[in-house]
Design a protein around this ligand. Structure first.
Ligand code: ADP
Ligand code: MG
Length: 716
C-alpha cells in the first residue's frame, strides 16, 4: 500500500493541526488507521423527508425541505443569536445559530428551497433546529450518492468547533481517496469463504459509504465478525498457553479425606450439577496444569460443599488450602460451617480476619509455615505478606466480584518455589508453582458475556438448586399499600420469623438516602414498638464494631427486624429470616435485587420478597420489577440485566477489552460472537501456533492487535 495507515492524522488533507487536536482529544483518533475504524453509530435514510407538521417532541434528527422566509437577530444574555423563519407547505419552524452568524446570513438565500438536517427542539410552542446542516435542494440531489448516510459519533465540543457529521464524512472521503481504498485483508481465505464474508476493503468502504442497505448489512457483519474473532482468538490462545506453560501441582490421588467424607459424612445427596462441577474440578486438579476456574452458581445452589470437597482433594495430596471471603461476617460464617465439616475428619482449621488478635496471628503464622495448619479461612487479612504457607495447593475465593485483580495476584504469589526433588539441585530446577485457584460467584454472568470476558478461564456452572427448596414468593407493592405490608410483617413475626428491610444507598445521593433510611427506621420503630419488637439497624456510617454487634443480634435472633442499607448484600446467612423488603426498589439494579432476595429462602419456611416502589415508574424500572416477580433464575435475570444496562455495568467487565468494542455489540451480536468463537477454535485446533501459510494473515493481524487486555492476566 502506498499510504501507511500509521500516518498521523494531521497529514490528511483537510484536517490540519486544530482539527487533528480535536480528533485526538475527542475521538481518540491519532492515525489514518484510527479514522478508518471510527465506525458510524447509525445510519439515516437521506431520501426520507419530514414535513414540519409531522415533527414530534422527541429530539430526533430529521431532514426537511423548505424555504427561509426571513432572518432576525435576537439579543440574549451574552451576544445575540440569528434566527431564520423556515417553512414548508405544512407549517413554520425556526433555524437558530449562535455562532458564525455573519457568514451564515450572507451565504443563505431567502426564498430558495433548502434541505435542512439536524435535531429539533420544542420551545415555547415552536419547533426549532439549532445549527442545522443546510444545503440547497439542488446541491443535495447532486451530492446524493446513496440513500444511506453514516452518522459518526460526535461530542459537544466537536460540533461546537464546527466538526459536524458532514465534515467527518468529508475527511473520511479524503482518507479513501488518499489510500485508494486499498486496505489489506485481515481474515484467512478459508474463513472468508466459509462464511461468505465481504472482503476487507469492500467492507470498510460500505460501512462508511453504503451503496445499499444490503451491502451495509454485509459490511457490518464482516467487520463485527472480524472484531469478535480476534478477541476470541486471543482468549483461547491465552488459555492454551496457560495450560501448556503454567504448571500446577498434580493432585493425583483421591484419598481418605475425600472418600471418608463422601461415604460417611456428606449431610445430603449432592445435586447432579454439584457432581458435574466436582468432576470438572477434579479433572483440572489431576492434570499437570494450574487450575483457574470460575464457579458460578445462584445463591443457595450449594457452592460451599463443592469448595469443601475440592479442599479435601488438596488435603488428600498433602497440600494446604485456604478460603477467602470478602467480609468478616461472611468468613466467620464459613469458618463455623466448615469447622463442623472438618471435625469428624480431624482437619485443622483456623480463622484469620482483620480483628484476629496478635497472639492468634502468631499461632496461625507458625502453624501455616510448619504445615500443622491444613485449612485457613479468612478475609483480605490472609493476603498480607506476613501470611506464608508451607505448601499452599488450592485457594478458593468466595464472591469474586468484591476482589480486585491485585488481590488475586497476591494469592497467586503465595504458591511456592519447589525443588524438583528433595536432593539439592541447581537453581534451574527450581520452578515457581502457583496454587490452583477456584473463584466462586453468585452473580451470574450471562454465557455470552462470560465467553468474552472470561473466555480464557474455565467456567463451571451449578444450574440447579437442591431439591425441596420452596421458591421465594416475590411481589411488587406500591408505597400506599404500606399498611398491609406492616400487617403482613406482624403476622410473620408472630410466626417467629425475621425480616430484612433494605434501603438504597447510592453515593451521589448519600445525604438523602441516609435521611430516607433514618425516616424509615423511625416509622418502623413507631409501628413495631419495644419491648415487643426489637430492631437492628446497620449502615455504612457505623463503626465496624457497632455494625457487627447489630448484625450479630439479628443473626442470634434477638431482633426480629433488620433495617439496613445494602451492606447485607453479600453473604449473611440467617435461615430464620423469611421476608426481604426492599424499599425504593426501583432504584436498584436487577442483579442487586436478585442478590438481596437471595438472603431469604434459606430455611424450611416459605419466604417472601416484597419490592416497594413509588407510583411513578419508568419503563425500565417496570421491566426490572416484572422480571423479579416472574423469575428466580439468576441467569435469566442476568440476561435481562445485560439487555437493559449493556455490559458496562455488569460486574467484572469493567477492565475487560469487551467494552472497547468498535463495531460489534456484545448483546445484539450474540450469534456472531458464537460463530467467531467457533471459527477461532477451529483455526487453533489445526494450527495452535498459527504457522501454516494459510494462517499467516491471521498471525500478522493478531500480532498487530495488542490492544485488548483482560483481567485474568496474573502473570504479567
Ligand atoms: P451458596 O451457593 O449460596 O454458597 P451454600 O453453599 O451456602 O450456597 O448452600 C446453601 C444451603 O444449601 C446450605 O445450607 C447447604 O448446606 C445446603 N445444600 C447445599 N447442597 C445441598 C444439597 N445437595 N442438598 C441439600 N442441601 C444442600
Ligand atoms: Mg456462599
Amino acid at each position: 500500500m502506498s499510504v501507511k495507515l500509521q500516518t498521523p492524522i494531521d497529514y490528511l488533507k483537510g484536517v490540519g493541526p486544530n482539527r487533528a487536536d480535536l480528533l485526538r482529544s475527542e475521538l481518540g483518533i491519532h492515525t489514518y488507521q484510527d479514522l478508518i475504524n471510527l465506525f458510524p453509530n447509525r445510519y439515516i435514510d437521506r431520501t426520507k423527508f419530514y414535513k414540519i407538521n409531522e415533527l414530534q417532541r422527541n429530539n430526533a434528527e430529521v431532514q426537511i425541505i423548505g424555504i427561509i422566509t426571513s432572518f432576525k437577530e435576537v439579543a440574549q444574555k451574552r451576544g445575540k443569536r440569528l434566527v431564520a423563519d423556515f417553512k414548508d407547505d405544512t407549517g413554520m419552524m425556526e433555524l437558530v445559530w449562535f455562532r458564525g452568524q455573519k457568514w451564515i446570513r450572507d451565504s443563505l438565500k431567502i426564498g430558495q428551497p433548502y434541505v435542512i438536517f439536524g435535531k429539533t427542539n420544542w420551545f415555547s410552542g415552536k419547533y426549532s433546529m439549532p445549527h442545522p446542516e443546510i444545503e440547497l435542494q439542488s446541491e443535495h440531489e447532486a451530492n446524493l450518492r446513496s440513500s444511506v448516510q453514516a452518522i459518526y459519533p460526535s461530542t459537544e465540543k466537536l460540533s461546537n468547533k464546527g466538526v459536524t457529521n458532514r465534515v467527518l464524512t468529508k475527511i473520511m472521503q479524503q482518507l479513501f481517496l488518499e489510500t485508494n481504498g486499498r486496505f489489506v485483508e485481515t481474515l484467512s481465505e478459508s474463513v472468508k469463504e466459509e462464511l461468505k464474508l465481504m472482503s476487507k476493503p469492500d467492507a470498510l468502504f460500505n460501512v462508511h459509504f453504503p451503496k445499499t442497505p444490503e451491502l451495509l448489512a454485509k459490511a457490518q457483519f464482516r467487520l463485527k465478525f472480524e472484531e469478535l474473532f480476534y478477541i476470541q482468538l486471543q482468549l483461547i490462545l491465552k488459555n492454551l498457553i496457560h495450560k501448556s506453560k503454567i504448571k500446577g501441582f498434580p493432585f493425583s490421588k483421591v484419598g481418605t479425606y475425600f472418600n471418608s467424607f463422601f461415604k460417611d459424612h456428606l449431610p445430603f445427596e449432592l445435586t447432579n450439577a454439584q457432581k458435574r462441577v466436582l468432576k470438572e474440578i477434579r479433572q483440572d486438579l489431576g492434570s499437570n496444569a494450574q487450575m483457574n476456574r470460575l464457579l458460578q452458581g445462584d445463591v443457595g445452589s450449594g457452592k460451599t460443599i463443592v469448595a469443601f470437597m475440592s479442599i479435601l482433594m488438596g488435603l488428600d495430596n498433602g497440600f494446604q488450602c485456604c478460603l477467602i471471603a470478602p467480609t468478616a461476617i461472611l468468613s466467620v460464617q464459613h469458618y463455623q460451617g466448615l469447622s463442623e465439616l472438618c471435625k469428624p475428619l480431624n482437619i485443622s482449621i483456623s480463622l484469620l480476619t482483620g480483628s484476629s488478635k496478635a497472639s492468634e496471628r502468631r499461632e496461625i503464622h507458625k502453624n501455616l509455615e510448619n504445615g500443622d495448619l491444613q485449612l485457613l479461612v479468612g478475609t483480605h487479612a490472609l493476603l498480607e505478606d506476613k501470611v506464608k504457607f508451607k505448601n499452599l495447593g488450592l485457594a478458593i475465593i468466595d464472591e469474586q466480584h468484591r476482589f480486585g485483580v491485585a488481590q488475586r495476584s497476591k494469592l497467586w504469589k503465595k504458591g511456592k518455589t519447589t525443588n524438583s526433588s528433595q536432593s539439592s539441585q541447581s537453581d534451574v530446577d527450581k520452578a515457581f508453582i502457583p496454587p490452583h485457584i477456584l473463584v466462586m460467584t453468585a452473580t451470574p454472568i450471562p454465557r455470552t458475556l462470560a465467553m468474552s470476558v472470561y473466555g480464557d478461564l474455565d467456567i463451571s456452572v451449578i444450574d440447579e438448586l437442591p431439591a425441596g427448596r420452596k421458591p421465594i414468593k416475590t411481589v411488587h407493592r406500591y408505597d400506599n399499600n404500606r399498611l398491609k405490608v406492616f400487617k403482613f410483617m406482624k403476622d410473620e413475626i408472630a410466626l417467629g420469623r425475621q425480616i430484612y428491610i433494605v434501603y438504597p444507598l447510592i453515593q451521589e445521593n448519600e445525604k438523602m438516602d441516609y435521611k430516607d433510611l433514618m425516616d424509615g427506621y423511625e416509622s418502623i420503630s413507631r409501628e413495631f414498638p419495644m419491648p415487643e419488637y426489637q430492631i437492628s439497624i446497620v449502615h455504612g456510617k457505623m463503626k465496624p464494631a457497632d455494625k457487627d454487634y447489630e448484625m450479630q443480634r439479628f443473626v442470634k435472633g434477638e431482633t426480629q427486624i433488620m433495617v439496613a442499607t445494602t451492606v447485607i448484600e453479600v453473604g449473611v446467612n440467617v435461615p430464620n429470616a423469611s421476608v426481604m423488603i426492599v424499599e425504593s426498589s426501583e432504584r436498584f439494579g436487577l442483579s442487586q435485587l436478585h442478590q438481596l432476595r437471595g438472603r431469604v429462602g434459606r430455611g424450611a419456611e416459605q419466604s417472601y420478597c416484597i419490592l416497594m416502589t413509588g407510583n411513578k415508574l419508568s419503563q425500565n424500572s417496570k421491566t426490572r420489577l416484572e422480571t423479579m416477580v416472574r423469575s428466580s433464575d439468576g441467569f435469566e435475570i442476568a440476561e435481562v440485566d445485560l439487555k437493559l444496562r449493556g455490559p458496562g455495568d455488569i460486574m467484572g467487565t469493567q477492565q475487560s477489552g469487551i467494552l472497547n468494542l468498535k463495531i460489534a455489540d456484545i448483546v445484539k451480536d450474540k450469534d456472531i460472537l458464537q460463530s467467531a468463537r467457533y471459527h477461532a477454535k477451529a483455526v487453533l485446533k489445526v494450527d495452535p501456533r498459527l504457522i501454516l501459510p494459510e494462517h499467516s494473515v491471521i498471525l500478522e493481524t493478531y500480532r498487530q492487535m495488542s490492544k485488548y487486555r483482560n483481567i485474568w492476566n496474573y502473570t504479567s
